[in-house]
Design a protein around this ligand. Structure first.
Ligand code: ATP
Ligand code: MG
Ligand code: MG
Length: 353
């Protein structure tokens, strides 16, 4: 097949489009915004909502495989095109990743530890769960949270009466706050043939709930790095996954790992792969979904990736002048606060790995 149908037209789709074009594939984007970031990198666009069944059917008819760039693709409408075209990663990956309770139950069910958690559907359940978990906790909406939105930190003993209402009184999850020493993520891939490949873990720092910086290599031992890769592989195998996944981890002082969440797509903390690996996460995803062999995920440089958020995009001119920096801009017109406008990856050491 030679046309990739892409649900979502943000910067992730834009970067996958560039990778697809380099391998000779076409990308057809489904997005309601005709001026979405991926529009410039795509060979065509269906301008429609993600839950528009007729538009999805059109996407299926004009594509050889359908994939997506965000985890909130409406699963019901998507399932109506199952059987018409391969959907990669499979819809079950969306079902698991869209609901934090389903996600944690899935992970724990395959032996992968997470923060302790309780499902919370009303204020009484919140009281009960706070008593059971004890200490500091984080209340999160089960669905639709991103960049730390839809979360409330509940400190032991402090009033929490309206925390549930403040999140919109929607089905939620209470998680015990993890005392982590660092956060890492693994970007991993599973090919159509079941082959597995993972990039080196990145160490991530967030600011105001948004990823600020990813540093590679992460300051973890090779044992911890291998454990993280094994966890990612287990998740991919259990989901019968095809494509790239992002797995976020907490590392504790005793070097044990907890999974925070999974993202069934290319991931912001994997943008560095474009500058420091022969095959980037974007190309790896394209390779997986079209059925090509996975590429080499080895890293040939140490690096630091930083997001350009809102007005930080004004740094672009100076960054473009840096000799060892790869700059990527998403082509968004308005630099609104909190909006991801671009990123850069600065090589900090080069090797011949
Ligand atoms: P993303 O944009 O990555 O999808 P999100 O809105 O889904 O973010 P989470 O990844 O769940 O949010 O949480 C955002 C950040 O908040 C985490 O990276 C971590 O720094 C902190 N955090 C979340 N849950 C916990 C927890 N249980 N214990 C400690 N810190 C946490
Ligand atoms: Mg998330
Ligand atoms: Mg997260």
């Amino acid at each position: 097949g030679s046309t990739i149908g892409m649900i979502g037209g943000g910067q992730l789709a834009r970067m996958m489009g560039a990778a697809a074009a380099r391998l000779g594939y076409r990308m057809l984007v489904l997005d309601p915004d005709a001026a979405c970031p991926a529009a410039q990198a795509a060979n065509g666009q269906i301008v429609a909502r993600y839950d528009d069944v007729a538009a999805l059917r059109q996407l299926a008819e004009r594509s050889d495989v359908v994939t997506y760039e965000f985890e909130n693709v409406p699963v019901g409408p998507l399932r109506t095109i199952e059987g018409r075209v391969p959907i990669r990663p499979p819809a079950v990956a969306l079902e698991v990743a869209q609901d934090r309770v389903v996600e944690k139950a899935f992970l724990n069910g395959i032996g992968i530890p997470t923060a302790e958690w309780r499902a919370v559907d009303d204020p009484q359940e919140l009281d009960h769960a706070l008593l059971q978990l004890g200490g500091d906790c984080i209340l999160k909406t089960r669905r639709l949270g991103y960049d730390g939105k839809g979360q409330a930190v509940l400190r032991q003993g402090s009033p929490h009466g309206d925390a549930f209402a403040s999140l919109g009184a929607v089905p939620s999850i209470l998680e015990k706050k993890v005392a982590f020493t660092r956060e890492i993520s693994v970007i991993a891939a599973r090919g159509a043939d079941g082959a597995l490949a993972s990039f080196d873990p990145a160490e991530n720092v967030h600011s105001l709930g948004i990823l600020k910086r990813s540093t590679v290599p992460a300051a973890v031992s090779s044992v911890v790095a291998a454990q993280a890769a094994e966890v990612a592989s287990r998740i991919l195998d259990h989901l019968g996954y095809v494509g790239v996944i992002g797995v976020e981890f907490f590392v504790r002082a005793d070097d044990t790992l907890l999974v925070n969440e999974i993202a069934p797509r290319v991931h912001n903390s994997g943008h560095w792969t474009e500058a420091a690996c022969l095959v980037s996460q974007f190309e790896q995803h394209v390779r997986a979904v079209v059925g090509l062999p996975l590429g080499l995920a080895a890293r040939h440089a140490d690096c630091v990736m930083e997001n350009l958020i809102g007005a930080q995009v004004e740094r672009a001119g100076a960054l473009a002048a840096e000799p060892a920096t790869m700059l990527t801009l998403y082509g968004k017109a308005e630099a609104r606060p909190g909006r991801k406008m671009g990123h850069f990856t600065r090589l900090t050491a080069r090797g011949d790995a």
